[in-house]
Design a protein around this ligand. Structure first.
Ligand code: SAM
Length: 283
């Protein structure tokens, strides 16, 4: 399928094929997948430009390029995604961690350090990327991560092991359903927030991800309303909520938290200037 025999020509032909299929970053995809096949760093590929991969490696690369040309996300093909400098195992049971979610972790970590917050609940943990990053980068004594999906929790537990984050307690729970009456200092969450009518228009890549990780009832606001209505029962006084926002609905979400009497509500923009994180305090 790919007309090339060394690293340079394989990359070029793969890039052209992916470009012809309308992919946005064909060069990056071609490089990420070849470096995975060759078990080398992407930055090392230029040094290997004249190397001839084995026939087995070429066949594997062709398979991956075919999958990517059918719009399967590269992270599902390789089985790994980077987040906050750590590696996370991913499969079709979990959302692929997104770069914009790193801001949620950064903001929560900064506040935890400044205010000496020691316990945190990561609702809707998925791959566990938020909880594991907080465990690795913070000084929390008590970390709980919950999700409704048993399959997602299995991946999250593996990710805690892969990254040596041993102090996380995982709970299968429908939102707050099985979270006991413990009091915590912080709740963080990147909940599903795509409204049903928006789902149809999402790019093809997102259709490979679990639908229940993306969509939420009530015009995408279900989880924000649940969290606003219930979080204060679980938070210590002065406890924080940090949520990733559907940037199209930031004002609606801010209003939900105002209506539920939270204090110091702040919306923080991401690096592309979109409203991305909501911070609120239990008053
Ligand atoms: C947007 S993903 C976030 C995953 C991960 N925290 C991240 O940022 O990459 C949302 C997660 O919510 C979970 N979820 C969906 N409905 C839920 C519910 N009713 N209660 C708890 N978790 C739920 C999904 O299984 C999915 O893992």
């Amino acid at each position: 399928m790919l007309d090339g025999e060394n690293v340079y020509t394989l990359l070029k032909t793969a890039e052209e094929l992916l470009k012809s299929k309308g992919l946005f970053n064909p060069k990056s995809d071609a490089e990420v997948l070849l470096s995975f096949v060759l078990q080398t760093k992407r930055s090392k590929l230029p040094l290997l430009r004249n190397q001839k991969p084995s026939n087995k490696q070429i066949l594997q690369y062709e398979d991956y390029i075919l999958k990517r040309s059918n719009r399967e996300p590269a992270a599902y093909i390789t089985g790994f995604a980077g987040f906050m400098g750590f590696e996370f195992k991913v499969d079709k049971n979990v959302l692929i961690p997104r770069p914009e979610t790193e801001l949620l972790v950064e903001v929560a970590l900064k506040m935890a350090k400044e205010e000496n917050k020691k316990s945190v609940l990561d609702l809707c943990t998925g791959s566990g990327c938020i909880a594991v990053s907080l465990a690795k980068l913070g000084v929390f004594e008590d970390i709980v991560a919950s999700d409704i999906s048993v399959n997602a929790l299995a991946i999250a537990k593996e990710n805690a092991q892969i990254n040596n984050a041993s102090n996380i307690k995982f709970i299968e729970s429908d939102v707050f359903g099985k979270i006991s009456d413990r009091k915590i200092d912080m709740i963080v969450s990147n909940p599903p927030y795509v409204a049903e009518p928006e789902y149809a228009d999402l790019e093809i890549e997102l259709k490979f991800e679990p639908k229940n990780a993306l969509t939420a009832q009530d015009d995408g606001l279900f989880f924000y309303k649940e969290i606003a209505a219930n979080a204060s029962k679980y938070l210590n006084s002065g406890g924080y909520i940090f949520l990733e926002l559907n940037s199209n609905k930031a004002e609606d979400i801010r209003q939900i938290f105002l209506d539920n009497k939270y204090a110091d509500i702040e919306v923080i923009n991401d690096y592309s200037g979109l409203p991305r994180i909501l911070k609120a305090i239990k008053s």
